[in-house]
Design a protein around this ligand. Structure first.
Ligand code: GRF
Length: 198
C-alpha cells in the first residue's frame, strides 16, 4: 500500500517539484502525493501540482476565526483522504497543537540551516541566509526534521552541510542551499516512508 502524502506549500513550490520528480524517477519509493494544500491561492506551487494532476486545496487564515479552527478543517480533509505523512515544503503558517497531535511524528519540515543554528522564530526564507552571511559563517546547510509544538525543534531526520563561498551574499547562498534542499527532502521522505516499521 502506497504511503499517502499531503504536501503543504506557500511559495514557488520548488521543494514540492523535487518530491514530484523523485516519485516519478523512483528515488522515492512506496509513496504518492494525494493532496497539495496551500496557505494562499496565488502560490505557484499550486500550478506545479495541477501540471502533475495532483489535487489541491487552499486554506487561508483570513477565512477562519482562528488558525486552530482552520487546522480543524484541514485535519478532517487529511483524515478523509487517509493521509499518512504531512510534508511542510516552505509552508509559512505555524501549525497549531490540534494538527500536531492528530499527526504526531508524521509531520516533516525542511529548514534551510543546520539546526540548531539559525532557526526558530523569525528565521525563515532569505532571513536565514542573511543571518549566516552577517555572521561570516564558512558553512551552513539544510535540515529535515519532524515537527513538534516548537519552532524547528522536532527530532532531526537528516542534515547536509553547504559551503559558504567567498563573495556569497544572501541571495547566492539561498540559491545554492535550495539545490541541496531539493536533494535532501526526497531522500528524507524515502527513508521515513520505507524505514523498518518499529
Ligand atoms: C525554501 O527555502 C525552504 O527551505 C523554506 O521555504 C522555501 C520554500 O521554497 N522552508 P519552495 O516554495 O519550495 O520553492
Amino acid at each position: 500500500m502506497l504511503a499517502q502524502l499531503a504536501v503543504f506549500v506557500s511559495g514557488s513550490g520548488s521543494n514540492l517539484q523535487a518530491i514530484i520528480d523523485a516519485i516519478q524517477d523512483g528515488q522515492i519509493k512506496g509513496a504518492t502525493i494525494k493532496i497539495v494544500i496551500a496557505s494562499n491561492a496565488n502560490a505557484y506551487a499550486l500550478e506545479r501540482a495541477k501540471q502533475s494532476g495532483i489535487d489541491t486545496l487552499v486554506f487561508e487564515k483570513k477565512d477562519y476565526q482562528s488558525p486552530s479552527v482552520m487546522f480543524e478543517s484541514i485535519i478532517k480533509v487529511l483524515q478523509e483522504k487517509e493521509i499518512d505523512y504531512i510534508v511542510l515544503a516552505g509552508y509559512l503558517t505555524i501549525l497549531t497543537p490540534n494538527i500536531i497531535n492528530a499527526f504526531r511524528n508524521k509531520i516533516i519540515n525542511i529548514h534551510p540551516s543546520l539546526i540548531p543554528a539559525y532557526c526558530g522564530d523569525g528565521y525563515y526564507g532569505i532571513k536565514v541566509h542573511q543571518a549566516v552571511i552577517e555572521a561570516k559563517e564558512k558553512k551552513t546547510g539544510v535540515t529535515v526534521h519532524f515537527v513538534d509544538e516548537g519552532t524547528d525543534t522536532g527530532a532531526i531526520i537528516m542534515q547536509e552541510a553547504v559551503q559558504v563561498l567567498a563573495g556569497d551574499n544572501a541571495e547566492t547562498l539561498q540559491k545554492r542551499v535550495l539545490l541541496t534542499e531539493h536533494q535532501l527532502l526526497p531522500k528524507a521522505i524515502n527513508y521515513i516512508v520505507n524505514r523498518r516499521k518499529e
